[in-house]
Ligand binder design. Sequence first.
Ligand SMILES: Nc1ncnc2c1ncn2[C@@H]1O[C@H](COP(=O)(O)OP(=O)(O)O)[C@@H](O)[C@H]1O
Ligand SMILES: [Mg+2]
Length: 682
Amino acid sequence: MFGTEKIKKISHDTEEKKKKTVKEKEKKQKKDKGVKSKTLEEERGIITTEKTYKKGLVSVRDIISPSSFQISSDYLRLNNLYVRTMFVIIYPRYLTVGWFAPIITESITLDVSMFFYPIKIAVILKQLKNKVGALEAQILSDHEKGAPRDPISETALRDIEGLRDSLTQGTEKFFQFALYITVYAKNKEELDLMTDEVENILGAKLIYSRKALYQTEQGFNSTLPLGNDELFVSFNMNSSPIASSFPFMSAELSSDSGVLYGINRHNNSLILFDRFSMQNANGVIFATSGAGKSYTIKLEILRSLMVGIDVIIIDPENEYGHLSSAVGGAFINISLNSETKLNPFDLPGGIGGESKAEDIIRSAVITMKGLIRLMIGEITNVEDSLLDRALIETYAKKDITPDSDLANIEPPLMSDLEEVLLSMDGGEDMALRIKKFTEGTFAGLFNSPTNINVNNQLISFSIRDLDDELRPIAMYMVVNYIWNIIRSEMKQRILVVDEAWIMMQHEDSAKFMFALVKRCRKYYLGVTTITQDVNDFLTSQYGRAIVSNSAIQLLLKQSPSAVDVIQKTFMLTDGEKYLLLESGLGEGIFFAGSKHAAIRIQASYTENSIVTSDPKQLLELEESKKEFEESLLAKEEEEEAPAEEKKPLAEEKPVSTEEASPTEEAIPTGEETSEVVSSEES
Ligand SMILES: Nc1ncnc2c1ncn2[C@@H]1O[C@H](COP(=O)(O)OP(=O)(O)O)[C@@H](O)[C@H]1O
Ligand SMILES: [Mg+2]
């Protein structure tokens, strides 16, 4: 690289100077004292050997520098590549937002650098004042002469006055803006073609560029990621037009609010998106197992928490424990022998138009009917109406009627329903089938008053420890509980239902899920539905309805058996279909309303250590966590060296170190978190 040679030359120069001074010193000292000459001789010897040694070293510079570099008047040759730099000299009066985006969406290999040189406002204001004076004088003299008015100078005057206003008020800043583009091609013809293409794209917007003739080397250096402007061709601009030069906005999936979803694979721009800006905030994710669905959602959760959105998770695989403990969320384990209880008969506090007791009870009865059907299986029409009456009576038994005040109530339990059913003609059979859930092993889960009251920005419900048979029921109950929380207090929230196909297997729970997705917008809630069972989900009418009620859709790697139904549902081209078949981890297509783009989901190192479920990485994290704790322990022991009682110290310390260690280092496993963990600092 040329820069390298320069640097080498400089260091060479300094060494020569050094030598000279050494020689001079020597001469002087020889004159003064002949004794010291020996040590100087030695010194010189050391310097030469050092130099020889350094010559034999391989530095990073040697590795990254190209093997050849040839400079011509209008292009450079970098190994086998032809390189040319262009700079922009003139901009039009108006710049539209995203004017620079077409350049980076074009399939050209290029480097772009932008330099912004802030200018002192006082200097600019003085210049503008002079300009205004001249323009006004011109207009006035034209007027006095009786000449027709000159629109050009009048427009200029208005522009300048506007700019002076905004500069003085501080709403605008002033800069010199330099924009350089370097293109890389395989041969001279291609290089000329690319240059034309760039010039045409810019020219179509009335932006004129020039090749850096006889300055190719400086041009190339200026577009290296060194922040080194060697061309210095700039244009005066205020902040608004400069801001419009931000190029990462193609496919219109970059917005200035929301969270980062991933990287647009078409052009490496960022997919920044606010799901709450769509007509609904719901999302669906479809992919095969292991494609990175949970990983993606965990990232979204982490980033949404940062912008202050509450998140509730239904986690059938106990995958979100790590994330929850890393951010101090509440982790609730629903299982037969857990201490956590949910009562499906609970009623929401009620907000807005739904605060009428009658409506609340009616919707609770409908929800409960769905749950009972999930529990006891199919029922006849006669039983259905019987169940309806029984549920209303069960509530009435606890004084919950359309006329009562729902603020101070004690909701009934499953055993109350059983009693009511027993007392009804024809209800015995159903009562018998419900008995399974009011007595014995299942009673703990379905027949106790609710004993949790979580107030946390992140709540996750784990249902991993339940039998397959009980899972849909528990999921239904949990979703219902969450639905109550959501209706009790209006807040910006996201509900994540992982492995949602568990809910879609049964008509009742699928219907409930769909009702939730359809109505949640009113409560400022976005529901994310994640599923790997794409075929079943999309052949269910409720599944399809959920998809069409979700403004955000993310497709990651698909299995060959599911890809056709996906292609039909999302109207994908054949190219997109193959892209999904061949996607790697965390790669796919992101849909937001009518727009879509190929996406790559990328986490930072810290994020990755929080969201990964790779057992190898988890073990490594566990190990480094242990190491960190041990090193802390060792340090503390060192500090308290004189202490005689070493044993109790070693036993006590780990607890305190765990509290003190930073989040990234100390990510306890999900198992460590007991039934309800709620941090005080959330
Ligand atoms: N974008 C990504 N970058 C790096 N690793 C990923 C990414 N997405 C997923 N993984 C890893 O791939 C594995 C499977 O991901 P996971 O989200 O559990 O899959 P799914 O939920 O689709 O079954 C996990 O070990 C996870 O850490
Ligand atoms: Mg998963």
